[in-house]
Ligand binder design. Structure first.
Ligand SMILES: Cc1cc2nc3c(=O)[nH]c(=O)nc-3n(C[C@H](O)[C@H](O)[C@H](O)COP(=O)(O)OP(=O)(O)OC[C@H]3O[C@@H](n4cnc5c(N)ncnc54)[C@H](O)[C@@H]3O)c2cc1C
Ligand SMILES: NC(=O)c1ccc[n+]([C@@H]2O[C@H](COP(=O)([O-])OP(=O)(O)OC[C@H]3O[C@@H](n4cnc5c(N)ncnc54)[C@H](O)[C@@H]3O)[C@@H](O)[C@H]2O)c1
Length: 463
């Protein structure tokens, strides 16, 4: 039997970060991955491919719409989708190889195969050719990630009824892509294919898109997506999907409307959320049961089993996976690892970008917390004028009792970078007045953040 201090099951962001940090702290680590390569959804099938295609599609779209013609830069761009997809694959492979190299440098043992628990402290790994080996360790970390939830009305067929991985690897631009679910994956992948030339329709059963966003930001994003030509059908349920040789037909039900409706498309992406991949782990052998979404608690003290990333209860993001991984490895090593979920940013790489951190205005209001709002429109920002990207605003929420920043919600170019500054301020428990006194370069997007902080204090100077 191969003995280690820690066995990590799954080599995505949760797994490889746990392995690297645990190994840095002097622990002997084995990491088991059943996929064809390491990296998980973040590097291989989620963030990186999606972000890369979003970036490329934004360039193409700007060219097609002659966005830079006023600068004297013009001419219709051409698109070679096969080449773009090949570049995406090469980038994914490069990043996976970098992580593999890092794990090797840290002397982490990588084992290929499907892992399942065999009682406390034991993991059986079955490789592709059926060979089995048993690993043992006092600490086992479940980092098995998540998988897309299928629609009850129709299973994925990966040709016409797609999951997000399929939708990031299409070999042609659909004439019409229907997307069920207007959450993070729906709005990002919808934006990407719309910019590449597809007609896109989002079908969302709630009355708003991205329901977890601050309501003002969600409304602004909804308007922006509609302006880009994305169809959005809210409060709508898909009751059936019929596939044909040349496409799909979605039978829709709109509650306030008695007449059923049909939506025809070349393909439909199902983006109604993900569930933790914890089936097949033989959790019963250690007396553990997941919640109804398959998720597990971060720590199951009596068994020496830990869970990080998408498999653990809570939101699903690279940020959470990495934070939980670091804290988990440190706690296993006897250090006081800790995750501050209250200052964890999230970003949507739509156009305009959306970034959010901390409490929304509704959460503060419903929680009875007195608050101040500082707003700054990007239209007043010199950098935005230079970049010809005046759309969007920064909204800073400040707890009126303490003057601490309670949340920030941004929509507009540069939002992903700006939200990191708020994360630093929140982590450092900086009061809004101090935040407003931090110097920023000129011209820069971040001036909008300073102006919003000034606005919360009642002294905005430009906006
Ligand atoms: C389209 C898309 C875009 C996204 N974009 C972003 C983004 O921009 N920013 C962001 O923060 N988050 C984003 N996310 C979410 C992010 O990718 C996930 O939250 C993150 O990858 C979770 O990491 P993880 O390690 O928990 O799981 P995963 O990355 O899913 O890794 C789990 C690994 O475990 C392996 N595994 C599972 N079961 C076993 C087993 N029994 N034995 C061995 N190996 C096993 C799997 O093969 C996999 O490699 C996106 C997700 C999607 C789908
Ligand atoms: N940039 C990012 O950080 C990023 C990008 C993509 C995905 N992700 C993560 O991946 C996970 C999965 O993303 P997702 O967009 O699939 O999930 P999600 O939870 O973000 O959104 C799912 C959406 O589908 C809707 N929905 C659910 N059932 C429906 C139904 N039957 N009909 C119509 N609409 C329905 C929900 O109301 C919700 O708006 C999320 O946890 C997300 O955070 C993150």
């Amino acid at each position: 039997m191969n003995r280690y201090d820690v066995i990590v099951i799954g080599c995505g962001a949760g797994g490889y970060n746990t392995a690297i940090r645990a190994s840095q702290l002097g622990l002997q680590v084995a990491c088991v991955e059943r996929g064809p390569d390491i990296g998980g959804a973040g590097l291989r099938t989620g963030c990186v491919p999606s972000r890369l295609l979003l970036h490329a599609s934004a360039l193409y779209d700007a060219g097609r719409r002659r966005k830079h013609a006023a600068l004297g830069i013009d001419g219709p761009p051409t698109l070679d989708l096969a080449r773009l997809m090949a570049h995406k694959t090469a980038t994914v492979q490069k990043l996976s190889a970098q992580v593999r190299q890092r794990l090797r440098a840290q002397h982490v043992t990588l084992a290929g195969g499907h892992a399942r628990l065999d009682g406390a402290g034991r993991v059986i790994v079955t490789s592709m050719n059926g060979a089995q080996q048993t690993l043992s360790a006092p600490a086992i970390v479940i980092a098995t990630g998540s998988e897309p939830i299928p629609l009850a009305a129709a299973a994925f067929d990966h040709a016409r009824i797609l999951d997000s991985t399929d939708a990031l690897s299409l070999d042609r631009i659909p004439r019409h892509l229907a997307i069920v679910g207007a959450g993070a994956a729906g709005v990002e992948l919808g934006s990407l294919w719309r910019r590449l030339g597809a007609r896109v329709t989002l079908v969302e059963r709630r009355e708003r898109i991205c329901h977890w966003l601050d309501h003002e930001i969600a409304a602004a994003l909804d308007r922006a997506l509609r302006r880009q030509g994305i169809g959005i059908r809210l409060s709508t349920e898909v009751v059936r999907i019929d596939t044909r040789a040349d496409g799909v037909s979605l039978a829709l039900r709109v509650p306030q409307d008695n007449a059923p409706a049909t939506l025809d498309a070349d393909a439909v992406l199902i983006a109604i959320g993900r569930r933790a991949s914890t089936a097949g782990l033989n959790l019963a052998s250690v007396g553990m049961w997941p919640d109804r979404d398959g998720a597990l608690p971060q720590r199951h003290a009596s068994t020496g089993i830990w869970t990080v990333g998408d498999a653990a209860i809570g939101p699903m993001s690279m940020t959470k996976a990495e934070e939980e991984a670091i804290a988990c490895a440190e706690q296993i090593a006897g250090l006081p690892g800790f995750v501050d979920y209250s200052s964890m940013p999230a970003v949507l790489y739509t156009s305009p970008e959306v970034a959010t951190i901390g409490k929304t205005e509704d959460e503060l209001r419903f929680g009875g917390v007195p608050y101040k709002v500082g707003r700054c429109a990007l239209a007043a920002n010199a950098h935005a004028a230079i970049h010809r990207a005046p759309e969007g605003f920064v909204k800073l929420l400040v707890d009126a009792r303490t003057n601490l920043i309670a949340g920030a919600h941004l929509i507009g170019a540069g939002a992903a970078e700006l939200v990191s500054q708020v994360a630093v301020a929140m982590e450092a428990s900086m009061i809004c007045e101090d935040f407003a006194r931090v110097c920023h370069p000129y011209p820069a997007w971040s001036e909008a953040l300073r102006q919003a902080a000034m606005a919360a204090g009642g002294w905005m100077m430009h906006g």
